[in-house]
Design a protein around this ligand. Structure first.
Ligand SMILES: Nc1ncnc2c1ncn2[C@@H]1O[C@H](COP(=O)(O)OP(=O)(O)OP(=O)(O)O)[C@@H](O)[C@H]1O
Ligand SMILES: [Mg+2]
Length: 307
């Protein structure tokens, strides 16, 4: 990190200004040589090949796609791509807000932004395919982990496991697009009324439903329900069948909770876990009752994914 600080001629704002980082990359608030606030994100090669691939994907996004993307992203001030690792220096683009502080208007703005991103032509000149944890888990689920977490509280578990191919097909009902891939409120900063998208390590070709559903996956443990304004604004901006999108969203969020979330439960509080258990039961009930096939245009309740 010290070597990179010297190379970029930046200074750390505080001795221990590291931010929460699940990817293992080190992110620090720094001052660029011109005095402007910036963020330095360093991924050392010691984190392994997948981490370096993700860091290079993010660098490629900032260098090649961000200038033409229809959403805002921090400006890339400098970078380093070496055998020892990858570093990006980004302008400080704004401040995050907790999901509970997001207004309906902010969720609607985000819905429009995501619709724009997903409508963008997939950039050429680089391979934007990458591994997909949810699809892998649906094909080859970790049954011990899933059973030990869900069997006590999810009555539908057996049938969900048995029908996982159907669940997977539904998550893919909306055609692939260029997606952010890690879309949650801690990766979205606010500046002068606009939303700026950070953390593009998982960007690439993916399921549009994944960006929308992941917002709810990450908001649920905090006790926040994403309002219908997100999807309504998305659908106002992008030609997409409402019923198909709602079905894909329901399948996506349910599948993430059942097939992937058990591995992350340990990072959550007992209260957060209880909320996820409650939400997943509701989603499963909705998924099974949607078999009957009646879909209101504006679903009852404050959920993004009502059928
Ligand atoms: N350019 C920026 N402007 C403002 N805030 C930023 C910027 N870059 C990063 N941040 C803040 O630092 C946090 C961590 O950065 P980032 O998400 O890129 O790292 P990460 O290691 O991939 O994080 P995680 O894996 O936890 O999602 C972000 O969630 C955001 O709050
Ligand atoms: Mg992040």
């Amino acid at each position: 990190m010290t070597m990179v600080l010297d190379t970029f001629r930046v200074t750390g704002q505080e001795p221990d200004a590291r931010l929460e980082s699940r990817s293992g990359a080190g992110v620090r608030a720094v001052r660029a040589s011109d005095g402007h606030a910036a963020y330095l994100k360093v991924t050392p090669a010691t984190l392994g090949a997948p981490a370096i691939a993700a860091a290079r994907r993010e660098l490629r996004f900032y260098a090649e796609v961000a200038p033409i993307a229809p959403v805002r992203a921090p400006r890339l001030l400098d970078y380093l791509d070496a055998e020892s690792g990858v570093a990006v220096l980004l302008e400080a683009a704004g401040e995050t807000r907790q999901a509970s502080a997001w207004t309906t208007g902010m969720w609607a703005d985000l819905g429009r932004d995501l619709a724009g991103l997903h409508s963008m032509a997939i950039p050429t000149g680089a391979d934007w395919q990458h591994p997909d944890a949810l699809q892998e888990a649906l094909i080859d689920p970790n049954l011990d982990e899933i059973n030990s977490f869900w069997a006590p509280t999810l009555p539908h578990l057996g049938e969900l496991l048995a029908r996982r191919v159907e669940l997977m097909e539904q998550t893919r009902a909306v055609p692939p697009a260029f997606v952010h891939g890690d879309c949650h409120t801690a990766n979205l900063v606010h500046s002068a009324g606009a939303i700026v998208f950070c953390d593009w390590q998982a960007a690439g070709i993916g399921r549009p439903a994944s960006d929308l559903a992941f917002l709810s996956v990450r908001a649920t443990p905090t006790g926040t329900t994403v309002p219908p304004a997100l999807v309504d604004a998305y659908l106002d901006t992008r030609a997409c069948d409402r019923r198909t999108l709602q079905r894909a969203l329901l399948a996506e969020e349910l599948a993430v909770f059942v097939f992937l979330w058990p591995a992350f439960a340990a990072f959550n509080t007992p209260e957060g876990i209880a909320r996820v258990r409650r939400r997943t039961r509701e989603l499963a009930q909705r998924w099974f009752s949607a078999d009957a096939g009646v879909t209101p245009r504006h679903p009852q309740g404050n959920h993004i994914d009502s059928p």
